[in-house]
Design a binder for this molecule. Structure first.
Ligand SMILES: *Cc1c(COP(=O)(O)O)cnc(C)c1O
Length: 382
């Protein structure tokens, strides 16, 4: 089925396609770690004030690299929200780790930092805060708990490029940050991602794991006279076509996020009367703590039935709205590989009532209005 207003739409903002031609014709370099890869990494390091960035072929790959760098092994426990994408957990399960799912806060939909302490056991190795919708987790509290217990912190900042927490960019606060450039995110390259490495002690090993377990990067820098297999690793680099495309979007990131924030604000303003009338609940962001990047706009209905009916009503109006996350603890793989720490009432209630509205860079004001009108009509009839 095609929709009049899709949920998401990939886009170009400038010379992405020209850059791809440059990579082939001028640079004659299509494998990874070339000119464009290095420029993208430099951009991330400079603009996020991060020590080291490595481009990956996905955020999933960046999380997998982080799990290797933390030496996650059989039976290690990793604390994370259940309300997240599967890669947050899979990356650690692949190393034999056990995800321990913690409830979310009903206001930010992020991991509840007050529930972390009691979930820690002698096997706990890491905490993975997920910045849902580019809204920051309570990083001061999380970093303090991690410090007390000697735990790694890996920020799943897939949705959070250029969002901030108390003036710092998300992904640069924990030991690692994982960013996504998937076509559904703000800044895109089809598939794509980056690992931000914030601790000096991980930098050399990160390059080795990234380069398939070899010391090829040291070889290219002339630090060793031949390169060889020195550690575990895999193929985590994207090709230069991906990086060539991505660089243009990174350079226009403020403009792209700016438009997304405008769309977000239009939704927020237009839907406020329905929220005031108690018919829906809107996202809660605290501008004193963090600035979000306009990644996604959601609303909460009162009941799961209302959610299904609203999504169906929008679909009948040619608008593609979607739900977000079947909680991992209730999924077949989540039950097999992970466990919960106590009940997760907010995760269960919110995941059944959340609707994500269409939001993409090229969405017009008229399209936003159509979505708002369709939502208003739905609640008028009820
Ligand atoms: C999109 C997303 C991912 C996965 O990103 P990919 O680049 O598609 O691998 C991981 N975690 C969260 C929270 C995401 O939203």
């Amino acid at each position: 089925m095609t929709f009049k207003i899709p949920f998401n739409k990939p886009f170009i903002v400038g010379k992405e396609l020209f850059n791809i031609a440059q990579a082939v014709l001028t640079n004659a370099h299509l494998a990874g770690d070339g000119h464009y890869t290095r420029l993208c990494q430099k951009w991330l390091e400079n603009h996020l004030a991060c020590r080291k960035a490595l481009l990956t072929h996905s955020c999933t790959a960046a999380l997998e690299m982080a799990a290797i760098l933390c030496d996650i092994s059989h039976g290690d426990e990793i604390l994370m929200p259940s309300y997240t994408f599967v890669s947050t957990a899979n990356a650690f399960v692949l190393r034999g780790g056990v995800p321990v799912f913690i409830d979310i806060r009903p206001d930010t939909l992020n991991m509840d930092e007050t529930k972390i302490d009691t979930a820690i056991t002698s096997r706990t190795k890491a905490i993975v805060p997920v910045h849902y919708a580019g809204n920051p987790c309570a990083m001061d509290e999380i970093m303090e708990i991690a410090k007390q217990h000697g735990l790694f912190v890996i920020e799943d900042a897939a949705q959070a490029l250029l969002s901030t927490y108390k003036g710092r960019y998300l992904g640069t606060i924990g030991d690692f940050g994982a960013i996504s450039f998937h076509e559904t995110k703000n800044i895109i390259s089809g598939e794509g991602g980056a690992l931000l490495i914030n601790g000096e002690r991980f930098m050399e090993r990160a390059e080795i794991i990234w380069e398939k377990g070899t010391n090829r990067k040291q070889f290219f820098r002339g630090e060793v006279d031949k390169y060889t297999w020195v550690d575990i690793g895999s193929s985590f680099l994207p090709g230069e076509m991906t990086a060539a495309f991505l660089l243009v979007q990174l350079e226009l990131a403020q403009q792209i996020n700016g438009r997304r924030k405008e769309i977000f604000q239009r939704y927020e303003t237009a839907l406020q009367p329905l929220a005031n009338a108690g018919k829906i609940q809107l996202p809660a962001f605290n501008p004193k703590i963090g600035i979000h990047n306009g990644h996604l706009f959601y609303l909460l209905t009162h009941t799961p039935e209302d959610r299904s009916r609203l999504i169906k009503h929008l679909k009948d109006s040619g608008i593609y709205a979607i739900f977000h996350y079947i909680p991992l603890h209730s999924s077949p793989a989540g039950k097999k590989f992970g466990r919960i720490d106590g009940p997760l009432p907010h995760t269960e209630s919110i995941s059944e009532r959340l609707v994500r509205l269409p939001l993409f860079y090229e969405m017009t004001d008229a399209e936003v209005e159509s979505v708002v009108n369709a939502i208003e009509l739905f609640f008028k009839k009820r």
